[in-house]
Design a protein around this ligand. Structure first.
Ligand code: IPM
Ligand code: MG
Length: 370
Protein backbone atom coordinates (compact mmCIF):
# COMPACT_ATOMS: atom_id res chain seq x y z
CA UNK A 1 0.00 0.00 0.00
CA UNK A 2 1.61 3.25 -1.06
CA UNK A 3 0.86 6.80 -0.01
CA UNK A 4 1.38 9.93 -2.11
CA UNK A 5 1.07 13.59 -1.25
CA UNK A 6 -0.95 15.84 -3.52
CA UNK A 7 -1.00 19.61 -3.26
CA UNK A 8 -4.17 21.13 -4.69
CA UNK A 9 -4.04 24.77 -5.74
CA UNK A 10 -7.58 25.58 -6.90
CA UNK A 11 -6.78 29.25 -7.66
CA UNK A 12 -9.32 31.71 -9.02
CA UNK A 13 -12.54 31.86 -11.00
CA UNK A 14 -13.90 28.42 -11.79
CA UNK A 15 -10.75 26.83 -10.29
CA UNK A 16 -12.29 25.97 -6.90
CA UNK A 17 -15.47 24.50 -8.44
CA UNK A 18 -13.67 22.19 -10.84
CA UNK A 19 -11.10 21.24 -8.19
CA UNK A 20 -13.90 20.16 -5.85
CA UNK A 21 -14.79 17.50 -8.43
CA UNK A 22 -11.16 16.37 -8.59
CA UNK A 23 -11.21 15.91 -4.83
CA UNK A 24 -14.17 13.58 -5.18
CA UNK A 25 -12.32 11.55 -7.82
CA UNK A 26 -9.25 11.36 -5.57
CA UNK A 27 -11.48 10.08 -2.75
CA UNK A 28 -12.89 7.49 -5.12
CA UNK A 29 -9.37 6.28 -5.96
CA UNK A 30 -8.48 6.22 -2.24
CA UNK A 31 -11.48 4.01 -1.52
CA UNK A 32 -11.15 1.76 -4.54
CA UNK A 33 -7.43 1.10 -4.88
CA UNK A 34 -4.54 0.17 -2.60
CA UNK A 35 -3.05 3.62 -3.04
CA UNK A 36 -3.76 6.53 -0.70
CA UNK A 37 -3.46 10.15 -1.73
CA UNK A 38 -3.09 12.69 1.08
CA UNK A 39 -4.47 16.06 0.07
CA UNK A 40 -3.13 19.43 1.10
CA UNK A 41 -4.45 22.71 -0.26
CA UNK A 42 -3.15 26.22 -0.63
CA UNK A 43 -3.67 29.49 -2.45
CA UNK A 44 -2.27 30.68 -5.77
CA UNK A 45 -3.12 33.62 -8.01
CA UNK A 46 -5.53 36.44 -7.22
CA UNK A 47 -6.92 34.73 -4.12
CA UNK A 48 -3.39 34.49 -2.72
CA UNK A 49 -2.83 38.17 -3.50
CA UNK A 50 -6.05 39.09 -1.69
CA UNK A 51 -4.99 37.00 1.29
CA UNK A 52 -1.36 38.08 1.72
CA UNK A 53 -0.28 40.33 -1.17
CA UNK A 54 1.73 37.73 -3.12
CA UNK A 55 0.63 35.52 -6.03
CA UNK A 56 2.01 32.56 -4.13
CA UNK A 57 3.50 32.47 -0.64
CA UNK A 58 6.87 30.95 0.25
CA UNK A 59 5.01 28.46 2.43
CA UNK A 60 2.87 27.31 -0.50
CA UNK A 61 6.00 27.08 -2.66
CA UNK A 62 7.62 24.86 -0.01
CA UNK A 63 4.59 22.58 -0.06
CA UNK A 64 4.75 22.43 -3.87
CA UNK A 65 8.44 21.48 -3.75
CA UNK A 66 7.69 18.69 -1.25
CA UNK A 67 4.55 17.32 -2.90
CA UNK A 68 4.61 14.23 -5.13
CA UNK A 69 2.40 16.15 -7.54
CA UNK A 70 0.65 19.51 -7.68
CA UNK A 71 -2.76 19.96 -9.30
CA UNK A 72 -3.66 23.52 -10.20
CA UNK A 73 -7.06 24.92 -11.19
CA UNK A 74 -6.66 28.30 -12.86
CA UNK A 75 -5.43 31.79 -11.99
CA UNK A 76 -6.42 35.34 -12.84
CA UNK A 77 -9.44 37.50 -13.53
CA UNK A 78 -10.41 41.12 -14.19
CA UNK A 79 -10.46 41.84 -10.46
CA UNK A 80 -6.64 41.80 -10.48
CA UNK A 81 -6.07 43.63 -13.80
CA UNK A 82 -4.44 46.55 -12.06
CA UNK A 83 -2.28 44.91 -9.41
CA UNK A 84 1.50 45.35 -9.68
CA UNK A 85 3.11 43.22 -12.43
CA UNK A 86 5.23 41.07 -10.14
CA UNK A 87 2.33 40.09 -7.89
CA UNK A 88 -0.27 39.60 -10.65
CA UNK A 89 -2.01 36.19 -10.49
CA UNK A 90 -0.01 34.72 -13.40
CA UNK A 91 3.21 35.39 -11.47
CA UNK A 92 2.23 32.59 -9.08
CA UNK A 93 1.95 30.09 -11.90
CA UNK A 94 5.20 31.25 -13.50
CA UNK A 95 7.02 30.99 -10.17
CA UNK A 96 5.78 27.43 -9.71
CA UNK A 97 7.03 26.51 -13.19
CA UNK A 98 10.38 28.24 -12.77
CA UNK A 99 11.24 27.27 -9.16
CA UNK A 100 10.11 23.67 -9.63
CA UNK A 101 12.08 23.61 -12.93
CA UNK A 102 9.13 22.20 -14.84
CA UNK A 103 10.71 22.55 -18.25
CA UNK A 104 8.52 20.05 -20.11
CA UNK A 105 4.89 20.92 -20.72
CA UNK A 106 2.82 18.16 -22.31
CA UNK A 107 -0.41 19.35 -23.90
CA UNK A 108 -2.41 16.64 -25.60
CA UNK A 109 -5.05 17.70 -28.09
CA UNK A 110 -7.49 14.85 -28.41
CA UNK A 111 -10.78 14.94 -30.24
CA UNK A 112 -13.26 13.00 -28.15
CA UNK A 113 -15.45 11.08 -30.66
CA UNK A 114 -18.60 12.31 -28.93
CA UNK A 115 -17.53 15.91 -29.58
CA UNK A 116 -16.34 15.72 -33.20
CA UNK A 117 -19.27 17.96 -34.17
CA UNK A 118 -18.31 20.67 -31.70
CA UNK A 119 -15.20 21.82 -33.59
CA UNK A 120 -15.19 24.92 -35.77
CA UNK A 121 -13.52 22.70 -38.40
CA UNK A 122 -15.19 20.05 -40.53
CA UNK A 123 -15.68 16.74 -38.79
CA UNK A 124 -13.41 14.77 -41.16
CA UNK A 125 -10.54 17.16 -40.41
CA UNK A 126 -10.52 16.54 -36.68
CA UNK A 127 -12.26 13.20 -36.09
CA UNK A 128 -9.77 10.87 -34.39
CA UNK A 129 -7.27 13.68 -33.79
CA UNK A 130 -4.62 12.82 -31.20
CA UNK A 131 -1.58 15.06 -31.07
CA UNK A 132 0.80 15.94 -28.28
CA UNK A 133 2.35 19.38 -28.04
CA UNK A 134 5.57 19.39 -26.05
CA UNK A 135 6.18 22.98 -25.02
CA UNK A 136 9.41 24.23 -23.42
CA UNK A 137 8.23 25.91 -20.21
CA UNK A 138 11.05 27.48 -18.22
CA UNK A 139 13.00 29.42 -20.84
CA UNK A 140 12.64 31.65 -23.86
CA UNK A 141 10.98 35.02 -23.89
CA UNK A 142 8.94 34.28 -20.75
CA UNK A 143 12.00 34.44 -18.53
CA UNK A 144 14.86 35.93 -20.60
CA UNK A 145 16.65 39.05 -19.32
CA UNK A 146 16.53 41.97 -19.88
CA UNK A 147 12.79 42.15 -19.45
CA UNK A 148 11.78 45.72 -18.77
CA UNK A 149 10.19 48.97 -19.80
CA UNK A 150 12.61 51.89 -19.81
CA UNK A 151 11.83 55.56 -20.11
CA UNK A 152 13.80 57.10 -22.96
CA UNK A 153 13.29 60.57 -21.55
CA UNK A 154 11.94 61.98 -24.81
CA UNK A 155 8.34 61.08 -24.20
CA UNK A 156 9.03 57.58 -25.53
CA UNK A 157 9.40 54.31 -23.68
CA UNK A 158 11.01 51.05 -24.75
CA UNK A 159 9.63 47.64 -23.85
CA UNK A 160 12.03 44.70 -24.01
CA UNK A 161 11.60 40.97 -23.69
CA UNK A 162 14.45 38.66 -24.46
CA UNK A 163 14.29 35.30 -26.19
CA UNK A 164 17.16 33.17 -24.90
CA UNK A 165 17.85 29.47 -25.25
CA UNK A 166 20.96 27.52 -24.37
CA UNK A 167 21.77 24.16 -25.94
CA UNK A 168 21.00 22.11 -22.83
CA UNK A 169 17.48 23.55 -22.61
CA UNK A 170 16.74 22.57 -26.20
CA UNK A 171 18.40 19.16 -25.83
CA UNK A 172 16.35 18.14 -22.79
CA UNK A 173 12.99 19.22 -24.22
CA UNK A 174 13.80 17.51 -27.54
CA UNK A 175 14.61 14.32 -25.63
CA UNK A 176 11.22 14.45 -23.88
CA UNK A 177 9.49 14.85 -27.26
CA UNK A 178 11.39 11.99 -28.90
CA UNK A 179 10.75 9.73 -25.89
CA UNK A 180 7.06 10.59 -26.02
CA UNK A 181 6.94 9.87 -29.78
CA UNK A 182 8.35 6.39 -29.24
CA UNK A 183 5.30 5.58 -27.12
CA UNK A 184 2.99 6.95 -29.81
CA UNK A 185 3.31 7.14 -33.61
CA UNK A 186 7.08 7.75 -33.51
CA UNK A 187 7.01 11.12 -35.29
CA UNK A 188 8.21 14.53 -34.05
CA UNK A 189 7.79 17.87 -35.80
CA UNK A 190 9.94 20.68 -34.38
CA UNK A 191 8.72 24.26 -34.83
CA UNK A 192 10.73 27.50 -34.61
CA UNK A 193 11.47 30.64 -36.65
CA UNK A 194 15.01 29.98 -37.86
CA UNK A 195 14.37 32.33 -40.78
CA UNK A 196 14.18 35.30 -38.38
CA UNK A 197 15.57 34.31 -34.98
CA UNK A 198 19.04 33.22 -33.89
CA UNK A 199 17.44 31.23 -31.10
CA UNK A 200 15.39 29.50 -33.81
CA UNK A 201 18.54 28.62 -35.70
CA UNK A 202 20.06 27.10 -32.56
CA UNK A 203 16.80 25.32 -31.74
CA UNK A 204 16.76 23.68 -35.16
CA UNK A 205 20.43 22.66 -34.92
CA UNK A 206 20.22 21.18 -31.41
CA UNK A 207 16.99 19.27 -32.09
CA UNK A 208 18.64 17.73 -35.17
CA UNK A 209 21.80 16.83 -33.23
CA UNK A 210 19.83 15.30 -30.36
CA UNK A 211 17.88 13.28 -32.91
CA UNK A 212 20.99 12.01 -34.68
CA UNK A 213 22.76 11.17 -31.45
CA UNK A 214 20.08 9.33 -29.45
CA UNK A 215 16.79 9.12 -31.34
CA UNK A 216 17.55 8.35 -34.99
CA UNK A 217 14.74 5.74 -35.00
CA UNK A 218 12.12 8.51 -34.56
CA UNK A 219 10.93 10.36 -37.68
CA UNK A 220 11.87 14.05 -37.38
CA UNK A 221 10.61 16.97 -39.43
CA UNK A 222 11.02 20.75 -39.04
CA UNK A 223 8.50 23.49 -39.74
CA UNK A 224 8.57 27.25 -39.35
CA UNK A 225 6.22 28.04 -36.48
CA UNK A 226 3.88 30.23 -38.54
CA UNK A 227 3.55 27.54 -41.20
CA UNK A 228 3.02 25.08 -38.36
CA UNK A 229 0.08 27.13 -37.13
CA UNK A 230 -1.36 27.13 -40.63
CA UNK A 231 -0.89 23.36 -41.02
CA UNK A 232 -2.51 22.79 -37.62
CA UNK A 233 -5.77 24.27 -38.85
CA UNK A 234 -5.43 22.87 -42.40
CA UNK A 235 -4.78 19.20 -41.64
CA UNK A 236 -3.92 18.61 -37.97
CA UNK A 237 -3.87 14.83 -38.31
CA UNK A 238 -0.50 15.05 -40.09
CA UNK A 239 1.10 15.61 -36.67
CA UNK A 240 1.98 13.20 -33.88
CA UNK A 241 4.28 15.07 -31.46
CA UNK A 242 5.08 18.76 -31.91
CA UNK A 243 8.03 20.20 -29.98
CA UNK A 244 8.41 23.95 -29.71
CA UNK A 245 9.54 26.82 -27.49
CA UNK A 246 7.70 28.53 -24.66
CA UNK A 247 5.95 31.33 -26.59
CA UNK A 248 5.14 29.41 -29.78
CA UNK A 249 4.00 26.54 -27.60
CA UNK A 250 1.62 28.84 -25.74
CA UNK A 251 -0.02 29.94 -28.97
CA UNK A 252 0.06 26.68 -30.89
CA UNK A 253 -1.38 24.75 -27.95
CA UNK A 254 -4.36 27.11 -27.75
CA UNK A 255 -4.94 26.61 -31.48
CA UNK A 256 -4.61 22.84 -31.15
CA UNK A 257 -6.92 22.76 -28.14
CA UNK A 258 -9.66 24.68 -29.87
CA UNK A 259 -9.45 22.42 -32.94
CA UNK A 260 -10.83 19.64 -30.84
CA UNK A 261 -13.91 21.66 -30.00
CA UNK A 262 -13.19 20.98 -26.40
CA UNK A 263 -11.01 23.62 -24.80
CA UNK A 264 -12.80 22.85 -21.54
CA UNK A 265 -11.68 19.25 -21.75
CA UNK A 266 -7.94 19.30 -22.22
CA UNK A 267 -5.48 18.57 -19.42
CA UNK A 268 -1.75 19.28 -19.30
CA UNK A 269 1.30 18.09 -17.42
CA UNK A 270 4.39 20.10 -16.57
CA UNK A 271 7.33 17.93 -15.63
CA UNK A 272 10.83 18.46 -14.29
CA UNK A 273 13.92 16.35 -14.82
CA UNK A 274 14.05 12.84 -13.40
CA UNK A 275 15.89 12.78 -10.08
CA UNK A 276 18.89 10.49 -10.58
CA UNK A 277 18.50 8.77 -7.18
CA UNK A 278 14.71 8.57 -6.66
CA UNK A 279 13.68 8.38 -10.34
CA UNK A 280 10.93 10.89 -9.48
CA UNK A 281 10.07 14.07 -11.36
CA UNK A 282 8.60 17.24 -9.91
CA UNK A 283 5.24 17.70 -11.57
CA UNK A 284 2.32 20.07 -11.87
CA UNK A 285 -0.91 19.23 -13.64
CA UNK A 286 -3.44 21.78 -14.81
CA UNK A 287 -6.25 22.25 -17.31
CA UNK A 288 -5.37 24.16 -20.49
CA UNK A 289 -8.37 26.45 -20.03
CA UNK A 290 -8.30 29.57 -17.90
CA UNK A 291 -10.21 30.81 -14.87
CA UNK A 292 -13.35 31.84 -16.85
CA UNK A 293 -14.39 34.54 -14.35
CA UNK A 294 -17.58 35.22 -16.36
CA UNK A 295 -19.06 31.87 -15.37
CA UNK A 296 -17.41 31.41 -11.95
CA UNK A 297 -19.58 30.43 -9.01
CA UNK A 298 -22.52 29.23 -11.09
CA UNK A 299 -21.82 25.49 -11.00
CA UNK A 300 -21.77 25.36 -14.82
CA UNK A 301 -18.03 25.04 -15.55
CA UNK A 302 -16.74 21.89 -17.21
CA UNK A 303 -14.63 19.94 -14.67
CA UNK A 304 -13.33 17.41 -17.22
CA UNK A 305 -10.01 19.10 -18.05
CA UNK A 306 -9.05 19.29 -14.38
CA UNK A 307 -10.20 15.74 -13.66
CA UNK A 308 -8.25 14.58 -16.72
CA UNK A 309 -5.25 16.49 -15.33
CA UNK A 310 -5.42 14.29 -12.24
CA UNK A 311 -5.57 11.40 -14.75
CA UNK A 312 -2.29 12.60 -16.24
CA UNK A 313 -0.85 12.68 -12.70
CA UNK A 314 -1.88 9.04 -12.22
CA UNK A 315 -0.12 8.21 -15.50
CA UNK A 316 3.04 10.31 -15.38
CA UNK A 317 3.76 10.76 -11.65
CA UNK A 318 2.42 7.56 -10.12
CA UNK A 319 2.65 4.95 -12.88
CA UNK A 320 -1.01 4.04 -12.24
CA UNK A 321 -1.68 3.39 -15.91
CA UNK A 322 -4.74 1.21 -15.35
CA UNK A 323 -6.39 3.79 -13.12
CA UNK A 324 -5.54 6.54 -15.61
CA UNK A 325 -7.07 4.52 -18.47
CA UNK A 326 -10.13 3.82 -16.34
CA UNK A 327 -10.60 7.51 -15.60
CA UNK A 328 -10.25 8.40 -19.29
CA UNK A 329 -12.85 5.74 -20.11
CA UNK A 330 -15.25 7.04 -17.46
CA UNK A 331 -14.99 10.54 -18.95
CA UNK A 332 -15.54 9.20 -22.46
CA UNK A 333 -18.55 7.16 -21.29
CA UNK A 334 -20.21 10.16 -19.64
CA UNK A 335 -19.91 11.99 -22.97
CA UNK A 336 -21.11 9.01 -24.99
CA UNK A 337 -24.12 8.85 -22.70
CA UNK A 338 -25.02 12.33 -23.88
CA UNK A 339 -24.11 14.31 -20.75
CA UNK A 340 -22.82 17.82 -21.41
CA UNK A 341 -21.85 20.86 -19.40
CA UNK A 342 -23.07 24.06 -21.13
CA UNK A 343 -19.72 24.79 -22.89
CA UNK A 344 -20.05 21.58 -24.96
CA UNK A 345 -23.84 21.39 -25.11
CA UNK A 346 -25.30 20.09 -28.40
CA UNK A 347 -28.83 19.50 -29.67
CA UNK A 348 -30.47 16.44 -28.21
CA UNK A 349 -27.99 16.10 -25.34
CA UNK A 350 -28.60 16.51 -21.64
CA UNK A 351 -27.30 19.70 -20.09
CA UNK A 352 -25.83 19.16 -16.64
CA UNK A 353 -23.92 21.11 -14.00
CA UNK A 354 -20.34 20.92 -12.74
CA UNK A 355 -21.28 18.76 -9.77
CA UNK A 356 -23.51 16.55 -11.91
CA UNK A 357 -20.60 15.92 -14.29
CA UNK A 358 -18.56 14.94 -11.21
CA UNK A 359 -21.37 12.56 -10.17
CA UNK A 360 -21.55 11.13 -13.69
CA UNK A 361 -17.83 10.40 -13.89
CA UNK A 362 -17.73 8.83 -10.43
CA UNK A 363 -20.75 6.65 -11.19
CA UNK A 364 -19.04 5.42 -14.36
CA UNK A 365 -15.78 4.79 -12.53
CA UNK A 366 -17.69 2.47 -10.24
CA UNK A 367 -19.54 0.79 -13.11
CA UNK A 368 -16.47 0.32 -15.30
CA UNK A 369 -14.37 -1.09 -12.46
CA UNK A 370 -17.01 -3.59 -11.33
C1 IPM B 1 -0.85 28.91 -20.41
C2 IPM B 1 -1.26 30.29 -20.03
C3 IPM B 1 -0.11 30.95 -19.26
C4 IPM B 1 1.05 31.06 -20.20
C5 IPM B 1 -0.46 32.30 -18.62
C6 IPM B 1 -1.67 32.20 -17.71
C7 IPM B 1 0.72 32.89 -17.90
O1 IPM B 1 -1.64 31.01 -21.13
O2 IPM B 1 -0.50 28.11 -19.53
O3 IPM B 1 -0.87 28.60 -21.60
O4 IPM B 1 1.17 32.03 -20.96
O5 IPM B 1 1.90 30.16 -20.18
MG1 MG C 1 -1.74 29.86 -22.93
Amino acid sequence: MSTHNLLLLPGDGIGPEVMAQVERVVEWVNTNSDVTFNIEKDLVGGCAYDDHGQAISDAAMDKAMQADAVILGAVGGPKWDNVAYDVRPEAGLLRLRKDMELFANLRPAICYPALADASSLRKEVIEGLDIMIVRELTGGVYFGEPKEITDLGNGQKRGIDTQVYESYEIERIAAVAFDMARKRDNRVCSMEKRNVMKSGLLWNEVVSQTHEKDFADVELSHMLADAGGMQLVRWPKQFDVIVTDNLFGDMLSDVAAMLTGSLGMLPSASLGAEDATTGKRKALYEPVHGSAPDIAGQNIANPIATIASFGMALRYSFGMIESADLLDKAIMKALEDGLRTPDIMQDGKEKISTTEMGDAIITRLTQLSA
